[in-house]
Design a binder for this molecule. Structure first.
Ligand code: FAQ
Length: 330
């Protein structure tokens, strides 16, 4: 039975079928959530809360690992020494975020090895945006400015959520993401006020990235599968549409003031509702991409598989060393 506190193995679908949460404990748990308390790994939690957290934190961790790849390919080609240094540091930070997030997910009972296996087999999802190519340096600046901005909108909100280990990881991640955003904005401005060729390259990149960025926040609230439950349990602190709206409020003016056009003629703020209206962002494309059929899904997973296999000897050597230190005569 899951949800009883000191249980550390991943809940399976079969467990879920047989599982009924203790109604008294459930009520106490929900009262703690309503009172704004943090839930810690050894506390009682509903089966579904644990399962949802594993799904969400794991997907987030995978997004950081795979998210390092489009930018990582530009380290050797970054324009100038300073941009190269900053990009190396950023890519390293994203891998550090993945470490923090895998550790937070492990507190819920799924091993890191199982999570990596689920990433490599295609069972676990990761963010749609990282399945698109970074064709030019301008793509890297759009990722650094707008995807980091979108991630911050989500993470600053969810850092105030209910699960202690995830919130603490997000707080630390947000400090670093804020720096990433600044470097992305700086690189974006440099291209926007640069030569005509630089400005055209930036516009071309934004034209290709705009729709994936709109998708980034997830399907509309009406189509969101998990949103309501996650908000009731304060895992998600705002709905997909609210986060998307907040992002548009903050970043559309910053793009327009640089003379860059947003590739959606229907994008406008409805002043009476305070909501942004935009063209149908083709949710079929979103579904295809998150289910493995985007422009770069196969390439991204192949790179991770290669890294996993070629670095196995390092992990094995470290494990052997750790065992020797723990059990001196092993
Ligand atoms: N991509 O019911 P909902 C970063 C899936 S970190 C792929 O609304 P939910 C840092 C969803 O999983 C970026 N799949 O889902 C960086 C579900 O499928 P499932 C990642 C998506 O969970 C920057 C189905 O659609 N951030 O960028 C996406 O309530 C630069 C139905 O959707 C996080 O992971 C998507 N965009 O809300 C790194 C933050 N959206 O699992 C490098 C934590 C939805 O049933 C460079 N995650 N799906 O098969 C969240 O806040 C939520 O999971 C949402 C989705 C808001 C993403």
């Amino acid at each position: 039975m899951y949800g009883g506190g000191y249980i550390f193995s991943e809940p399976s679908d079969k467990d879920q079928k047989d599982h009924i949460d203790d109604p008294v404990k459930l009520q106490e748990f929900e009262a703690r959530i309503d009172a704004g308390e943090k839930i810690e790994p050894h506390d009682w939690m509903p089966f579904e809360y644990r399962k949802q957290l594993i799904r969400l934190i794991e997907q987030h961790a995978h997004s950081e690992v795979i998210g390092a790849l489009p930018e990582g390919t530009w380290i050797t080609r970054a324009p100038g020494f300073k941009r190269k240094l900053v990009l190396i540091a950023k890519v390293q930070d994203e891998m550090g975020h993945a470490q923090l997030l895998y550790s937070a997910a492990e507190t819920l009972g799924k091993s890191r090895e199982a999570m990596i296996n689920d990433l490599l087999s295609g069972k676990s999802k990761y963010s749609n945006v990282f399945n698109y190519p970074a064709k030019t340096w301008a793509d890297v600046t759009v990722i650094g400015f707008l995807i980091d901005a979108a991630a911050i909108v989500n993470q600053v909100a969810n850092a105030k959520g209910s699960y202690g280990p995830y919130c603490r990881a997000l707080e630390r991640i947000c400090y670093e993401e804020s720096f990433h955003l600044k470097q992305g904005h700086d690189a974006f401005i440099a291209l926007a006020v640069g030569t005509k060729a630089q400005k055209d390259m930036l516009q071309d990149a934004l034209n290709r990235w705009w729709r994936p960025i709109i998708h980034f926040f997830g399907p509309s609230d009406k189509a969101s599968v998990h949103g309501e439950k996650l908000m009731r349990w304060k895992v998600k602190m705002a709905s997909n549409d609210d986060m998307r709206n907040q992002f548009l409020d903050m970043y559309v003016p910053k793009i327009l003031e640089l003379g860059i056009t947003i590739p959606d003629p229907n994008l406008k703020k409805n002043e009476s509702t305070g909501r942004w209206e935009f063209s149908d962002p083709d949710w079929n494309e979103f579904k295809r991409v998150i289910n493995g059929d985007g422009p770069c899904n196969a390439e991204r997973l192949a790179v991770r598989k290669f890294a996993e296999e070629s670095n196995r000897w390092v992990r094995n050597a470290l494990l052997k060393q750790t065992m020797k230190q723990t059990i001196p005569y092993a």
